[in-house]
Design a protein around this ligand. Structure first.
Ligand SMILES: Nc1ncnc2c1ncn2[C@@H]1O[C@H](COP(=O)(O)OP(=O)(O)OP(=O)(O)O)[C@@H](O)[C@H]1O
Ligand SMILES: [Mg+2]
Length: 1028
């Protein structure tokens, strides 16, 4: 209703209770019209839903719409059939009380559509399991089957339900559908044999002919053209543009399969349907003596075959009746009319009973486990009643009488339950009950159903009464018995004005919804609903199982009269009322906006009529009798609390006190409202509207407050989230850092421990305990070594290796040295190399042998000690091609007498010459050189030993040279006589002549002195040379 309040100015009110002028029918209808124009077909009267047939598909039944209404409070959202469905479902679940939804309205108002929508809503939104999926399908699929057999095109509705239907949907404790059960009421069987102009027989006949394949039709001996069948053409309207029989046939065939009909059952069922058509074409002739005979044997035999009965027995039964008089059976022929009506009665009975069988069969399929259905304690039920609405036709007959009686009963139930619930609410809320003025239609119900005095009893009596009875005698009996009743009028009883609009065969009932004239013609027959006994007997023997199930043998044997149709209907209605009374009802009142079945047309007269006979104004008055609006405290407070500073934003005290504070603040006058125990009741809509307006005005402020709080909340939440995230990251990071540090420390400690342990065990074999330390020592040594490697070959320093590396160190040292030497050598120049080679040779010859050698080491050997110009050209010419490789000044001592003579010693590649200025004095061939002798002291004496045999050589030469080391080295190298150098420590012997030998004695002295010594020796005093 709250949403209704908000939208009230837009398209009328969504709840009629809020109409200020609730007594005005015009206002009521205007509200309906305004909403209808905007395609708002649903409006509430409190909890009753008024629905106007839109006659067009509206986009309001989608799955999304279903979701929108699911679990949402009834009043919070615009009126819808889903709201009613959902509310009923939730009430069933929360209160564990059986519910029912009563859908009423006149033909074509949309009852069946409404019930289908409710069923679909449950099928889609209720929880399911595998079993329930099939069950849901079956529940949904029961509709097309029942509609095919029980619906027909009428003038008012192309798909008019010609039977009443009450369906129980059973839910288990989890709220899932677990079963279903259908009760059917009073099928309009007369339609099987007769249809008014513009109407059709039941859909199934046309569907079978249009949709059935050729084979099927052949087996049923049917032609496709419906005009071939008399039962189908009475209304001259075999085809309807809005109905596709072919498509519907497919739907029905599929539905039969889904529900669980076997192929055999379907065949039997269709046999019956076809047999009815053949029966209809079975015609009679009248003989000369008034006897009746059948003129269409083929049709009859077709019918008999399909009915599974003997042809001749059927023929006999259709033209004769069996009578029992004084215990004796007699057969008497039927006249033409009797035969026709016997045939029609058979067709009706066959069809009617088959329809009952069909419902029974569907019930078996829906209540999968019969015992569960009846015994289930936890199960709750929602009942759906889709029953014919109040009917006022041009000619109203027995059927309309029953239908309208049914509507009277429902109206009564409605009044009782509505008033009862209203009263109960006032009582529970502790509010004084205010009497509501309303019309109680019990008086009309009594008129119809009272035992012995009611119309139905009178009708039954008239049917049973022996003697001549007819419809008129029934009318007379009525006049006698209920003639004085204020709601009953006949032509005879009426005043002049009324008389004019009534025929003599009619009686008028003043129903709660209006006056209806019923024509009594056919009342007795229809109430009798008699089928000849011999026809029954034939049918009992049918081979068609459906028929043998429908026509029981006991029925024939039992002599008791079966219950009359009206009584039967009355009793089934009583049972229905009981069922409905035991449940919590919800109402859907359907209204048909026009008779032309057109969208967008709102025929005010027609609607007014329906508003009246649906009792909607009554309904509204009852609802508004006391208070226009009532709502639970929490809901009221929740909605309007912003209007009072005390209750805004939250009220923490008792709800009643909160509501009190709120209404006081709003300035409600005491007569405008009442507080119950849990609800507030507001008497006038204007009070509520004023409150609602105040709320509207307040909304921007509330919006700002909400916005503020929401933004604050959102930012705070955001901040908290970020802060939390920061803390998480921080703690994670710190944790990781601490873990790393701890790990590092732990490893360092282990390392130190290992190091110390290694140090302790450093002298042991290489093992786990000391490997680290030793490796470290090695590594350290090697790294240290790398930095301190000697950079020159002369640098002999080398770090002391650890014990483990002594051998390696030596190798390394050697390698390093070798490496340095290689590098050094690669850098040496050829002259220097020559120098070095000479020095090496000198070293080999003199090292540690001759005192002056160390002194010579640091001095370079020169290429020559004589400049070119110092050597005589003549000498050079004499030498010719021999090049002087080396020249040095020497002193030659004569072998005898030791006279010193200055000379030049020139070395060539193959000999040496002693030169006296320009003259070569002596040639010394290297090949002849026998040896070279020097002393071990620091003198310059050298003796070149030459052979005596060769005169050219002139014997040994005793020389003194200041560069004795250099000279001897070069000479020895050039002569390749390094092994011929003798170093004599004390003296040198030399040949003076072939036989005589001279001696040079060497002694140490302070300075070099060469003199003649004793015994003709040459004495050489050699000085000490400091090597430093
Ligand atoms: N909610 C709706 N939306 C669209 N069309 C609808 C709706 N309700 C009814 N109709 C149309 O109205 C037609 C008649 O509706 P429906 O058969 O439900 O009437 P009914 O009240 O059951 O009539 P009867 O008493 O003759 O069985 C439907 O065939 C459909 O075309
Ligand atoms: Mg219907």
């Amino acid at each position: 209703m709250e949403s209704a309040l908000t939208a009230r100015d837009r398209v009328g009110v969504q709840d009629f209770v809020l109409l200020e002028n609730y007594n005005s029918e015009a206002t009521f209808i205007e509200n309906l019209r305004r909403r209808f124009r905007e395609n708002l077909i649903y409006t509430y009267i409190g909890s009753v839903l008024v629905s106007v047939n839109p006659y067009k598909e509206l986009e309001i039944y989608s799955k999304q719409q279903m979701e929108r209404y699911r679990g949402v409070s009834f009043y919070e959202i615009s009126p819808h059939i889903y709201a009613i469905s959902d509310n009923t479902y939730r009430a069933m679940r929360t209160e564990r009380r059986d519910q029912c939804i009563l859908i009423s309205g006149e033909s074509g108002a949309g009852k069946t559509e409404a019930s289908k929508k409710i069923l679909l809503y449950f099928a889609v939104t209720c929880p399911t399991n595998d079993h329930m999926v099939t069950l849901g399908d079956r529940l949904l699929q029961s509709n097309p089957v029942l509609e095919a057999f029980g619906n027909a095109k009428t003038l008012r509705n192309d798909n008019s339900s010609r039977f009443g239907k009450y369906m129980d949907i059973q839910f288990d404790f989890k709220g899932a559908t677990m079963g279903g059960h259908i009760l059917n009421y009073l099928l309009e069987k007369s339609r099987v044999v007769h249809q008014n102009h513009g109407e059709r027989n039941f859909h199934i006949f046309y569907q079978l002919l249009d949709g059935g394949d050729d084979d099927l039709l052949n087996t049923l001996n049917l032609e496709r053209n419906p005009h071939s069948y008399r039962y189908l053409v009475k209304g001259s309207c075999a085809r309807v543009s809005s109905v596709s029989d072919k498509n519907n046939w497919r739907v029905v065939r599929k539905a039969l399969d889904v529900i669980g009909f076997t192929a055999e059952e379907v065949q039997k069922l269709l046999n019956i349907v076809a047999s009815v058509l053949h029966l209809g074409n079975t015609l009679f002739g009248e003989g000369e003596e008034g006897e009746t005979y059948i003129t269409t044997e083929t049709q009859l035999s077709n019918a008999a075959k399909l009915l599974g009965v003997d042809g001749s027995a059927l023929k006999e039964a259709l033209t004769h009746k069996k009578l029992t008089a004084k215990g004796e059976e007699m057969i008497s022929p039927l006249n033409f009319e009797q035969a026709v009506s016997a045939r029609d009665a058979l067709a009706k009975a066959v069809y009617g009973r088959t329809f009952n069988w069909l419902v029974e069969k569907i019930n078996q399929s829906l209540a999968l486990k019969e015992e569960i259905y009846h015994s289930s304690k936890d199960a709750s039920v929602i009942g759906l009643l889709d029953i014919y609405g109040f009917e006022v036709l041009q000619h109203n007959s027995f059927e309309q009488f029953c239908i309208n009686y049914c509507n009277e009963k429902l109206q009564q139930l409605f009044i009782e339950l509505t008033l009862r619930s209203e009263q109960e609410e006032y009582e529970t809320e502790g509010i004084a009950w205010e009497t509501v003025q309303y019309f109680d239609n019990k008086i009309i119900c009594d008129l119809i159903e009272e035992k012995h005095k009611g119309i139905i009893s009178i009708l039954d009596e008239e049917c049973l009464r022996p003697g001549e009875t007819c419809d008129i005698s029934f009318l007379e009996k009525l006049e006698d018995t209920v003639g004085g009743h204020p709601h009953f009028i006949t032509h005879k009883l009426a005043n002049g004005k009324t008389r004019r609009v009534m025929s003599r065969e009619e009686f008028r009932l003043l129903h709660y919804a209006g006056e209806v004239n019923y024509n009594v013609n056919g009342f007795l027959d229809k109430n009798n609903d008699l089928l000849n006994r011999n026809l029954k007997e034939v049918m009992c023997q049918s081979e068609n199982q459906i028929l043998s199930h429908c026509f029981r043998r006991e029925e024939v044997i039992d002599q008791k009269r079966p219950e009359m149709a009206a009584s039967q209907f009355k009793n089934s209605l009583m049972k229905l009322m009981e069922i409905l009374m035991s449940k919590e009802p919800s109402y859907i009142r359907c209204i048909k906006p026009n008779d032309a079945k057109q969208p967008g047309r709102f025929d005010e007269v027609l609607v007014r009529h329906q508003v009246k006979y649906l009792g909607l104004m009554e309904n509204l008055r009852v609802r508004r009798a006391g208070f226009a609006y009532r709502r639970r405290f929490e809901a009221f407070l929740q909605r309007y609390k912003p209007l009072c500073p005390e209750t805004w934003p939250n009220w923490n005290g008792k709800l009643a006190d909160g509501v009190s504070a709120l209404v006081n603040h709003l300035g409600y006058k005491p007569e405008e409202y009442k507080l119950g125990r849990s609800k507030i009741f507001i008497r006038f809509p204007k009070t509520l509207f004023a409150t609602e307006d105040a709320l509207e005005a307040k909304k921007p402020e509330i919006a700002v407050t909400l916005q503020k709080s929401w933004r604050g909340y959102r930012e705070r939440a955001n901040y908290q989230r970020i802060r939390h995230a920061v803390i998480v990251i921080q703690s994670g990071w710190r944790g990781m850092k601490a873990r790393r540090r701890a790990k590092r420390r732990r490893e360092a400690a282990q390392l130190i421990r290992r190091f110390i342990k290694g140090f302790i065990c450093r002298h042991e074999e290489y093992c786990d305990d000391n490997d680290y330390f030793l490796d470290h020592v090695r590594c350290y040594f090697l790294k240290h070594l790398k930095k301190t490697l000697p950079r020159s070959v002369l640098d002999k320093s080398w770090p002391t290796p650890p014990a483990l590396l002594v051998e390696a160190s030596e190798h390394l040292q050697m390698l390093h040295m070798r490496n340095m030497v290689i590098k050094y050598c690669r850098r040496v120049q050829p002259e220097w190399k020559k120098q070095m080679m000479q020095k090496v040779v000198a070293s080999e010859i003199f090292k540690d042998q001759k005192g002056s050698y160390p002194h010579s080491v640091g001095r370079l050997f020169l290429d020559t000690r004589l400049e070119r110009e110092q050597v005589s050209l003549k000498v050079l010419q004499t030498l010719g091609s021999e090049k002087v490789q080396y020249g040095v000044a020497v002193i030659k001592y004569d072998r005898r007498g030791f006279k010193p003579r200055p000379r030049q010693l020139l070395l060539t590649n193959s000999f040496a010459v002693l030169v006296d200025r320009t003259k070569i004095k002596q040639r010394l061939d290297y090949a002849a050189l026998r040896g070279i002798s020097v002393s071990s002291l620091c003198d310059g004496m050298v003796v070149l030993h030459m052979p005596w045999e060769d005169n050219k050589q002139k014997g040994d030469a005793v020389l003194h040279c200041s560069h004795v080391i250099e000279l001897v080295t070069k000479l020895a190298m050039m002569a390749s006589k390094t092994n011929y150098v003798n170093i004599n420590p004390g003296c040198i012997r030399f040949g003076v002549s072939r036989t005589k030998e001279g001696i040079i004695d060497f002694v140490r002295g302070s300075e070099l002195k060469v003199s003649k010594g004793k015994r003709g020796h040459l004495l050489v005093t050699a000085p000490q040379i400091s090597t430093t």
